[in-house]
Structures are given as structure tokens and as C-alpha cells.
Design a protein around this ligand. Sequence first.
Ligand code: X8Z
Ligand code: ZN
Length: 678
Amino acid sequence: MSLKVLLILTCMWLKTQNVVSQISDLRYTENTNDNLGNAIQFLRDFDREAAEMCNRVASSEWRYAINATDFNKRRMREQQNLVSKFECLSWRRAASFDSSTIVDSSIRRQLGRIVQPGRCGLGEDKYAEITHVISLMKDNYNNAKVCPFPGGKSTVPGSESYRSSSYVATYTTYCDLKLEPELVRIMESSRAEPELRYYWLAWREKTGPSVKNTFMRYLDLANQAAERHGFNDAGDQMRSLYDDSEFFFSVNDLWMKIQPLYKQLVTFVRKGLVRHYGEQVVRKDGPLPAHILGNMWAQNWHSILSLIQPGPSEMPDITGEMVRQGYTPFKMFQTAEEFFTSIGLPPMAPEFWRNSVFQKSNEMYGQCTASAWDFCNKIDFRIKQCTQVSLEDFVNAHHEMTHVQYYMQYASQPFLYREGPNPAFHEALANAISLCVGGPTHLQKLGLLNTPVSVTNGNTMINIEYLLSIALDKLPFMAYSLALEKWRWYVFEKGPVGMNARWWELRLRYQGIIPPTGRGFEHFDAGAKYHVISDQDYIKYFVATVLQFQIYSELCLASHHVGPLHTCDFYRSREAGRILSDVMQQGAALSSSQLLKLLTRGKTSRLSAEPLIDFFRPLEAWLELQNKDEPIIGWSSRMEDFALFQPLVDRNGRNSAAKHMFSLLALLMVCFYSVLSF
Ligand code: X8Z
Ligand code: ZN
């Protein structure tokens, strides 16, 4: 065997052992500085400078968020550029330390947190290029506008079953419908299939194709950066943030456990869709058409709850009750604060009440996504939320305040540990609190729900309706986030050839949905989602969903809850509060597995789907009963489904490429004989 072959084989073996990525760490750095004193001094300086920088950029972003002027935008961009420069400078310095000789694990961990993520290894020109490429794609997305549905109101007046959205008429007759608020609301509220199909297509027309080539350049640059940072590709780099060498397989395993419940939900939803739209639109045993699920991306099906419920809702009107009881946005946040103090967490600081913005102002147009802010100086934390008096925003107020509690709890950690141990933790904690405060038991305790909810019997219709609404929120979203991220990992690894077909193949496999019409290689449907073109991690939402039920379940256990999990309310439980604050205080000082161990008091250090399944158990039993006469649980995919996006398969399931090859061959033979006979 030649030396070269031996070298290749050794390399392949090392790759399977995941050793190449560690070796390639050495490729881009000097790794010569082994002076512990220097490392400590560097981290001390970094801590101070990074916090100051973070404070300046957060302030400029806040100013722009509440007053979106060009001047504020320029100031914000300047600060963001300074941060990028600082990050790359710090990256170079951190990478110059030889971590293998540093015995102090915290110093090593902090250096790793500077070196591992990011794209500074690209060098200045390519770093500037990838930043530019991403901002081009974001601009295209943010500026996308579509024309109103030309069919006008495709409704039978007065008929609920043909209800069209009234937004078009309200807003405009010009081509200036934006994603938010217009298109989002149309997709939520319209029940007219032609209208939904039109907007679904129009949004994809405006967002995908024009950035397809730019996206391919982004793939290339992101992969180059990942390789410089020692990873196989950019997907590998994204997964590394989850502190699990088997992460790819772990998410699969988790989904396998949840899938049976999801299939029951799909089956029940399909029944409602067939009832409303008929079998011309929805096949009785087939996947669901993506455009009629109440959301532009079919990622959340909450808005079609009323459509799929066979009878009238039994859920009392909580929003109406809040209005009757005189709730204001301010009172909603005061109530949220009282929730946290009741479990022993601190109240919000005076700065929070002075600086936060709880209601939309005129200058804030287009900036209404709720958010929680850390100004990185240990005292200034804020919320920006365009709060309406509604149950949804009441829950959101608690969600955002949980983020602030987290900021406050880890404020005394070094700067590099002032975040969650992985990208999912913040959302998971906030949503665990949301599950608690939006549940029937808590609403009853607050006097907002006056119908009795049995805590021992989770099967009353109010309970089922509540669980169904949460399921429509969480389960399709998990399937969607898995499909999205698997697609991105795939294109990072294998390249962009056939990427649109791959997108739909994964959406069919995980979500059981199909596009409303044929999609080809000229389309770029993943590009219709902001997080794809703006380079943002999405698997965090999948992980956060699993994790939030785990956290909720542990806090319930600590509060000595008895009864079905979804009826648990750990309001006023000091024990639950103690666990919450123990976990929060660590920030990222511990790994996510160490924190899971802390949370579960030693029971496990791994993600588990059990609490989620436990939470939905009464719903699953109810769905099984509802679906007992359905032809199939889940969906059966036919060739005609694949033919919608696989260029190689025609509607009869034949391989159309082969068919074309035969036609071509026949043509050639005819030509050949014609020439011969000539
Ligand atoms: O991007 C967001 C939030 C910020 S974390 C506005 N979300 C994802 C999305 O819009 O797709 C929240 C739900 C998932
Ligand atoms: Zn959040």
C-alpha cells in the first residue's frame, strides 16, 4: 500500500472518530501562547471591554427599535460594525492561546467560547462579504411586498365556510401588502382557498428566487468559515453549540418518540380541513396542503383551532374577563412581577419600570415583536412589547419577564457566561413559565377563569380544548423546525443541487405537508423564511420545546403537584423558585448536560421527550377516540405528492427523466436513419 493511500485511509478513519476537527483547530491559529497569566489578563480585559461594547450596541439598537429613524439606524450600524471588529480581534487573540496546556477548566471554557463560534477565521475580506451577502438577503425579505388578491372576495356573502380575509379591502388596492401585519393576518384569518393559495405563492415569488444565487454564495462562505474554525461544514459548526457529539441523532430519537402523537393531531386536523374545504383540496388519507393551515409557513396551526373543532368552543373568553376586570398593559406586567416574587425571585428594578416600553408608540411602526433586553451593565434590563389587553399578551408578558429574570440571575457571572448554556435554554425557561401561567389552574387562581377545572380529571372539554390549542402551537412547530434545520444541515453538507426538492421532501417526511402546487428547481421556498436567509439557528426552537416541558415538569414536581401535568401551577411555590433560580444563576458557566442534572436533581443529564408526552396524554387518548374511523393515522404519500416537487417523478409515478431520455434517444435514432437514408 502506498504512503498516499495509507494517509487517505488514516484521514478517513480519523474523520469517523471526529478527530479531524480537533486537529484542524491547529490549522488557523498560532496556538503558541501557553502563558496562563496572559490568558487570565486577556479574559479580564475582554470581560470589561465586551460588556462596555455590548452596552453601547444594545443602547443603539434600543433607540432604533423604539424610534426607527435613518439617523438611529446609521448609529446602530456603526456600533454593530465596531462589535464585529472587536469580536474578530478577540477571536485572534483567544485563538493564539494553546488551550491544551491550560489546566484551569473555566479559563479553557471561556477561551473556547470566544474561539469556537463566529466566522472570524474567514479573514477580513470574506468576513465583510458574508456580512454583506446576509444583509442583501435580509433587505430583500424586509422590502418584499405583494399585490392584493386579484380574485377579490371569493366568498359567498354571510357564509362562514367561505370566509375571506377582510384585510385586503381594509388596507389597500396597491401592491404594498407586507408580511407584517397584512399577510400574516390574512393567512391566519382567511378560510378561502384561492385567496390563501394566491398569497402563499405571491410571498414565495417575492422572497425566494431573487436571493437564490446570493444564498448559494452564503453557503459557500459559511462552509469556508466553518472549516477554518475546525468543523466539517457550517451545519457541523451550528450543532457544536449543543454540547452533544450525537446531537444529529439525539434530535431524531426525540422526534421518533413524539411522532405518534403528532400523527394523531395531523389526522384530526385533516378531518376538519376535509369538512371545510372538501376532498378536492384535501385528500382523506393524504398530507395536508401547506397554505390552509393558518400560517404563512405552516409552522403553527393555532389559528385554525376554530375550523377543526367539531362543535362550538367551551373555553370562556379570558380576554373579555381581563377587560372587564380593568387590566391594563401596566397591570399585566405588575401581575407578572408578582408571579415571580411569589416563588421567591426578586422584583424588577426601578430602572426596568422607568425604561421599559409596554405599549406601541407611533415611532415604533414595524418594530412590534416583543423582546427582552440586557444592557450588559448588571442593572439595566428592559422589555419592549406592544401589549394589548389579551390572554396572549398576558402570557407574553410573563415570557418576556422570565428572560429578564434570567439576565438578572446570571448578571454576576463573567461576561462570557451571561447567557444560556445552549441557544435553546432562554426560550425553554420562558416557555416553561408560559405553560404555567396560561394554564387553566393559574387562570382560575387569578379569578380570570370561573368555570371549575378539575385537577384530578384532565378530560373535561375545557381541558381538552386547552391541550388542543397548545398542541397546535407546539407540535407542528417542532416538525417544522426539524425539517428546516435538517434541510440546512443537508445543503451545508451536500451543496445546493436539488435543494428545493429536498426542502419539500423533508417537509413531507416530518410535517406531513405538501405545497399547494408544483414547485421546481427555479423556486427557493426555504428562502421565504427569515431565519434561513438571515443565518439564524432554528433547531433551538425544537430543543426549547422539548426542554420547556422538562423544566415545567421538574418545577411541578418541586411544588408537590398532584394530578395531570397540564393542570399544574407552581405559583407561590418557593421550592420551584429555588430550582429555577439555581439553574438561572449558572448562566453558561455549566454545560447544558450539567444544568439538566441540576434541574432534575441528578435524575438525568439528557433531553427527554417524556414530560411532553405526559403533558399531552389526556389529549392523545381523546384524539385516538376521535380518529378511530379514519382511514389512516398520519398520512400516506403517493407519487402524485412527490411529483409536486420531484422533477424526476411524474404524476403517474414514472421516472420522467428516464422518459425524456427515451424520447431523446428515439429522436436521435430517427435523425440517424434519416441521415443514412438521405
Ligand atoms: O423568531 C422568533 C421570535 C424571536 S426568537 C420572534 N420566533 C420564531 C419564528 O418566528 O419562526 C418565535 C417562534 C419561532
Ligand atoms: Zn423569548
